[in-house]
Design a protein around this ligand. Structure first.
Ligand code: APR
Length: 171
């Protein structure tokens, strides 16, 4: 049983919109109105009220995060925590620090919201071009280092390659 501040971190392979957790993290853009990739999937599943709620909180700066209700997501989820990851420009423009901030801020907000379980997509590794292995390093290291009252952290991989990266770092 994990002690206080020591969440269980696990990797799964699947679609984050189907995860049975209290909060799911969205890899959004600063306008918080939806997009492609996981952002598009979450907005399609949550319905049009998600974009309205996001627009009311926009802009969200890279590395920061903002929480909204999850509306029509089924299975029911309490919150969507929208975070804006770094666009990869080769790694010399502060990208690792911004990605680390995404994971840390989402955990801080999850703790503040009192959620016990949270699911993350592989932030920035799609459209934003962050190399998946480097992103997995940042994700696991940051999640292990950030004190939180969240008890279960689930890293949801949409492909086998990303899933294996997580397994290699968690076992
Ligand atoms: N469930 C879980 N993961 C998913 C899903 C899904 N349904 N759909 C895509 N993914 C994965 C991708 O395979 C990738 O590994 O999420 C990861 C992040 O990829 P993107 O969704 O492209 O997000 P990102 O790279 O952070 O780019 C964000 O893309 O969609 C736009 O509005 C968004 O401008 C923002 C940018």
């Amino acid at each position: 049983m994990p002690g206080p501040g020591k969440p269980r971190i696990e990797a799964v392979r699947g679609d984050i919109t189907r995860e049975q957790v209290e909060a799911i993290v969205n890899a959004a853009n600063s306008a918080l109105r939806g997009g492609g990739g996981v952002d598009g999937a979450i907005h399609r599943a949550a319905g049009p009220r998600l974009a309205e709620a996001g627009a009311a909180l926009a802009p969200c700066q890279p590395g920061d995060a903002k929480a909204t209700p999850a509306f029509d997501l089924d299975p029911p989820v309490r919150h969507v925590i929208h975070t804006v990851g770094p666009v990869w420009h080769g790694g010399g423009q502060g990208e690792p620090g911004i990605l680390e901030s995404c994971y840390r801020r989402c955990l801080e907000i999850g703790t503040a919201l009192g959620v016990k379980s949270i699911a993350f997509p592989a932030i920035s590794t799609g459209v934003y071009g962050y190399p998946p292995a480097l992103a997995a390093d940042v994700a696991v290291q940051t999640l292990r280092a950030t004190p939180t009252r969240v008890e279960v952290i689930r890293l949801v991989a949409f492909d086998d390659f990303t899933y294996q990266l997580y397994l290699d770092r968690l076992t």
